[in-house]
Write a protein that binds this ligand. Structure first.
Ligand code: ATP
Ligand code: MG
Length: 364
């Protein structure tokens, strides 16, 4: 924004300091003058000397000194005010400088004002905190974009390799080539769809309806039953009616992702999965629990990050992209809920999603 140039704050402060000093001096002199005039003559003045002369004569005699004092006060006020205001406002320069550096694209700069806490230090600290958060966010976005591009390139590179080989191979098996290309292509589509879903959940652009989590849980487990059977996993669903407000599609996706994970990241055989919904005073809770291998400590906290995969997927036929839990997290956040991953004592994990309960008067 372009504004007309005005007085600097330093100059304004200086003028006010000097103004007040001169005003106080003038008031004091005026008070003395009034006092002396009222007396008619002087008996004792402030400096202790005793003089017997009419008040007016004294005031007139004192006038040059008074004027000198006033000039001194003015100069003193201007000079002192300029220096004081400069010192007071110095931190502002650093804050402005930092804002300019940030605007120029550098997010790593910090103000770090030394000294004891005051308004400027608090402003600088808040600014530094904002910068740190911005920087973390931008870094995360960049990492995400890099990972997404990398993941999207993989199926394309595989297709190209398959086509290259087929082109030079005289006795190529077209049927097999088509099958393999189909698998690779499906994977690329799944990945793109997961990315789209993630961005949709992040934008919170969906309509909210009254939905029952227990019904959604049932639908998800029913759909995934064949997969569970294939993996030799028993599925168990139970729980109360748990009404919340949100997107039916997104919440179904959330439960599907969790149950899917619970099936494919389970024990190689005879695993179990338990899906449960419970109602709390102000919220509803969905818990998905599964048997499985013990996860290394510290790993749980990273699993919800995009493209984070566990180590054990070599022995499963499930080649995940590592977006499932990131999507769950985004959908939970978009519904103002909380997501907690906790290890189970015997191995496997328990994932809990807590969402605000639907208001009792909302229609379903
Ligand atoms: N229920 C679970 N039990 C054990 N490990 C799990 C469970 N859910 C997730 N994990 C671990 O967390 C990792 C990340 O899960 P996430 O769902 O985000 O990705 P993915 O399942 O590998 O791929 P996809 O994007 O296809 O879901 C998994 O690779 C797995 O190692
Ligand atoms: Mg998954």
């Amino acid at each position: 924004m372009d504004r007309a140039p005005g007085l600097s704050v330093r100059l304004k402060l200086t003028l006010s300091y000097a103004g007040f000093l001169v005003l106080a001096g003038a008031l004091l002199l005026a008070a003395v003058g009034v006092f002396l005039l009222r007396q008619g003559w002087l008996q004792t003045n402030e400096w202790g000397s005793v003089r017997e002369s009419p008040g007016t004569a004294f005031v007139l005699g004192f006038a040059p000194t008074a004027a000198a004092v006033m000039v001194f006060l003015l100069v003193f006020g201007l000079l002192g005010g300029w220096i004081l205001a400069g010192r007071m406002l110095a931190p502002l320069d650093r804050i402005t400088e930092a804002a300019r550096t940030t605007a120029a694209g550098s997010l790593s700069h910090r103000i770090r004002l030394p000294g004891r806490k005051d308004e400027f230090r608090e402003l600088a600290a808040a600014f530094d905190m904002m910068l740190a958060q911005l920087e973390a966010h931008v870094t995360e976005q960049r990492r995400f974009a890099a990972n997404a591009s990398h993941e999207l390139r993989t199926p394309l590179a595989i297709s190209k390799a398959l086509l290259d080989v087929a082109r030079t191979d005289e006795n190529r098996d077209v049927g097999e080539l088509v099958d393999r290309l189909h698998v690779v292509n499906t994977r690329a589509i799944d990945l793109t769809e997961a990315l789209l879903l993630l961005s949709r959940a992040n934008q919170r652009s969906f309509t909210r309806n009254d939905v029952d989590l227990s019904l959604i849980a049932e639908e998800a487990t029913e759909t995934l039953l064949p997969l569970a059977e294939k993996h030799g996993v028993t599925l168990e669903t139970r729980g109360d009616i748990a009404r919340t407000s949100g997107s039916q599609t997104l919440l179904l996706q959330l439960v599907m992702n969790l149950v899917h994970n619970a099936i494919v990241h389970n024990l190689p055989e005879r695993g179990t999965v338990r899906v449960e919904t419970t109602v709390r005073p102000a919220s509803v809770v969905l818990a998905v629990e599964n048997t499985g291998e013990k996860l290394p400590p510290g790993m749980l906290s990273t699993l919800t990050e995009p493209f984070q995969r566990g180590t054990e997927r070599v022995h499963t036929d499930h080649a995940g992209v590592g977006l499932g839990l990131a999507i769950v997290k985004s959908i939970t956040q978009a519904h103002d809920g909380t997501l907690v991953l906790a290890p189970r004592a015997g191995g496997g994990i328990r994932v809990t999603v807590e969402l605000p309960a639907a208001s009792p008067h909302a229609g379903s």
